[in-house]
Design a protein around this ligand. Structure first.
Ligand SMILES: [Zn+2]
Length: 94
């Protein structure tokens, strides 16, 4: 079951939208990637392949209002990572 979740660009407050499975929990939305997190684009399988999503404001088709240009800068949605072990962390950092 997916449902749309909206986020604000931390640079310009443009609203973007992402279809999300309910079980994923958000940690934060930041201007810079978190150390050790891996990010995929909104077009990728963000629910299985990444620890978060790298938006490009207004450029990746995620804006709620298609008439809004956005600022063109990247920002990062980080999920709460579950089942993180030392082995898992080592894999992510390869
Ligand atoms: Zn923006």
């Amino acid at each position: 079951m997916k449902y749309p979740v909206t986020y604000y660009c931390p640079h310009c407050e443009t609203i973007v939208e992402l279809a999300r499975d309910g079980y994923l929990a958000d940690k934060s939305v930041t201007q810079y990637p978190l150390d050790g997190w891996s990010y995929v684009s909104v077009d990728d399988e963000y629910e299985t392949d990444g620890d978060g999503v790298r938006f490009v404001c207004g450029k990746d088709g995620s804006t709620v209002d298609p008439n809004v240009d956005g600022c063109g800068r990247p920002f990062y949605l980080s999920f709460v990572r579950k089942g993180t072990t030392e082995a898992g962390s080592a894999l992510i950092q390869r």
